[in-house]
Design a protein around this ligand. Structure first.
Ligand code: SF4
Ligand code: SF4
Ligand code: FES
Length: 255
């Protein structure tokens, strides 16, 4: 364990805990965009910068989601230098994605005026901030069906050759982790469409709600394992589990 001080509060953390995790464990909020607790960190947006002073008294700006605490340090999450660094990041991101409400909100919070950019993206429906969460989510699932294509201002997330991907299972995990709502998922009563591919939706055998694609159900995970031979939606699965626990307790009481 290592003792660290964050904004004047002392806390002991396990070696290797990131500055972001340590701060959040104290309820100190640090803004993040590319970080998601269920995904490997990537450190590409740089919004989560904080100031760290090490045992030798050296102070640096670090990316808190990628900074493992190895020894006693002092972390400050809201200094003028930190706010300036974050404001600069927001300014650059806003120049590329001016239509993103998430960035507009951050710009307001950090008092950022838009850059006088030569090129202003006109597509108001493009909410993507190129954080890569969706790409990492899909890769973590082992599907790898979306990636960054092109470079610079042209850079965007898409399927290879912008064609519907055969390896996509229509799970929607990419859309769930997207911080800006940039990924379009549409559902009607029987189908879900994502990345230009339309999937059937399978009905829960208890309540009838259509909740997952057949391709998702083929992925053997506890979430989709049949219960007593029936395919159940997450809500019915929980109800059945609760019922099983309750009947088990009843049996114990009778004995
Ligand atoms: S919906 Fe397709 S692209 Fe999105 S995470 Fe699932 S498999 Fe990947
Ligand atoms: S689509 Fe969403 S998650 Fe993917 S890079 Fe863009 S903003 Fe990030
Ligand atoms: S949240 Fe840490 S670099 Fe993006």
């Amino acid at each position: 364990m290592v003792e660290v001080t964050i904004d004047g509060q002392k806390i002991e953390v396990e070696k290797g805990t990131t500055a972001l995790e340590a701060a959040r464990s104290l309820g100190i909020e640090i803004p993040t965009l590319c970080y998601h607790e269920g995904l490997p960190p990537d450190g590409n947006c740089r919004l989560c910068q904080v100031e760290v002073t090490d045992a030798r008294g050296r102070t640096n700006l670090v990316i808190s989601c990628m900074y493992p605490i190895k020894g006693p340090v002092e972390i400050r999450t809201d200094t003028e230098r930190v706010r300036d660094a974050r404001a600069f990041v927001v300014k650059l991101l806003l120049a590329r994605s001016p239509h993103s409400p998430v960035l507009q909100h951050l710009a307001e919070e950090y008092g950022v005026e838009p850059l006088d950019a030569r090129f202003v993206p006109e597509d108001e429906t493009d909410l993507c901030i190129r954080c890569g969460r969706c790409v990492r989510a899909c890769a973590t699932l082992g599907n790898n069906c979306i990636e960054f294509v092109w470079r610079g201002w042209e850079k965007e997330v898409n399927t290879p050759f912008k064609e519907p991907s055969n390896s996509c299972i229509g799970c929607g995990a990419c859309a769930q982790v997207c911080p800006t709502g940039a990924i379009r998922v549409t559902e009607d009563e029987t189908t879900r469409t994502i990345w230009d591919r339309t999937f059937d939706l399978v009905a829960c055998e208890r309540c009838g709600v259509r909740f997952a694609t057949p391709e998702q159900l083929k992925v053997v995970s506890p979430e989709f394992k049949p219960v007593d031979g029936r395919v159940l939606c997450p809500r019915c699965r929980k109800l059945e589990e609760a019922r099983a626990v309750a009947s088990g307790l009843g049996a114990q009481e009778e004995n």
